[in-house]
Design a protein around this ligand. Structure first.
Ligand code: HSE
Length: 293
């Protein structure tokens, strides 16, 4: 196995999982990108991080991008003697915008691009499977990897995905503090009422239709009964903004495990509470992309 000369750069998008009713299944890639660059060096590991999370992430083998790169190198046949990695982070951490999935997917796609013949040694299906195995949930991974609107599921142990095209308008409202996915998952009940499960099944089917050509259905299609309200206590301001926008007729959901609020609309930025960051974003149609060389 041999490695390409010089630095390789990968761009990977943020993503929003669940989209309301599609819990653990639907994902949407949005145009907010981390950029990661790596090159083979004679030995050792050098990790530099700027931007989001720069003071909170380890700079050793336990850095999530490095872990993903090592896992990918191992599958392709071996690690390089040394590695220099530079991460320019734009996706906020702990906000429900898929920063972990972006790190894992970005690391795998980067490692693959650094190996001669990497695309054959680790094809998209194998790379996606590895990313899902490392992340644990397929929804953000699918969107970060393939871009666009994704439906992701696990069949036995196999990670599966259908990718669809959408050009919906998106505004994200990002609160100043994080909520961990583990904490948000811990608030979910073991079981939900059958009528709530039935509502979510219907609305998530409708949401796929709404996002692929029937936008007038978005307000009904983004209704959820099985996770958002259970998590409200961990993100009361997010839940309040969600209710307020929905009452005003704006299709709005909690992004992933929260606490970011996502509206399928533009021109609603003034609803943001003080201190929150607002972005009007396009859908990212490309997913993780090698931009250099
Ligand atoms: N779908 C997950 C959750 C988040 O809501 O807990 C991302 O995998």
């Amino acid at each position: 196995m041999s490695f390409v000369d010089g630095p390789v750069t990968v761009r990977v998008p943020a993503s929003s999982a669940n989209l309301g009713p599609g819990f653990d299944a639907l994902g949407l890639a949005v145009a907010l990108h981390d950029e990661i660059t790596a090159e083979v060096i004679d030995d050792g590991l050098e990790v530099r991080v700027s931007g989001e999370g720069k003071d909170g992430v380890p700079l050793d083998e336990t850095h999530l991008v490095v872990e993903a790169m090592h896992a990918a190198f191992d599958l392709m046949g071996g690690r390089p003697p040394g590695l220099r990695l530079t991460c320019v982070n734009v996706i906020p951490h702990g906000r429900g915008l898929g920063s972990s999935a972006a790190a894992i997917v970005g690391g795998i796609v980067l490692a693959r691009a650094m190996v001669d013949g990497g695309d054959e040694l680790l094809d998209d299906a194998a790379a996606y499977q590895l990313a899902v195995d490392l992340e644990g949930h397929p929804d953000n991974v699918a969107a970060a990897f393939f871009g666009g609107l994704t439906i992701a599921w696990i069949d036995g142990a196999a990670a599966e995905v259908e990718r669809l095209t959408t050009d919906v308008d998106v505004t994200v409202f990002i609160p100043p503090s994080a909520v961990s996915t583990a904490k948000a998952r811990g608030l979910l009940p073991e079981t939900v009422p059958h009528r709530d499960a039935a509502l979510n099944a219907g609305r998530s089917a409708l949401l796929v239709a709404a996002l692929t050509g029937r936008p007038h259905r978005l307000i009904s299609a983004t209704e959820d009964r099985i996770h958002q309200s259970y998590r409200a206590e961990a993100m009361p301001d997010s839940y309040k903004l969600l209710r307020q926008l929905r009452v005003d007729g704006v299709p709005t959901i909690i992004s992933g495990a929260g606490p970011t609020v996502l509206a399928f609309a533009r021109g609603v930025a003034e609803a943001a509470p003080q201190g929150w960051t607002v972005h009007e974003l396009a859908v990212d149609a490309d997913g993780a992309t090698v931009v250099r060389p």
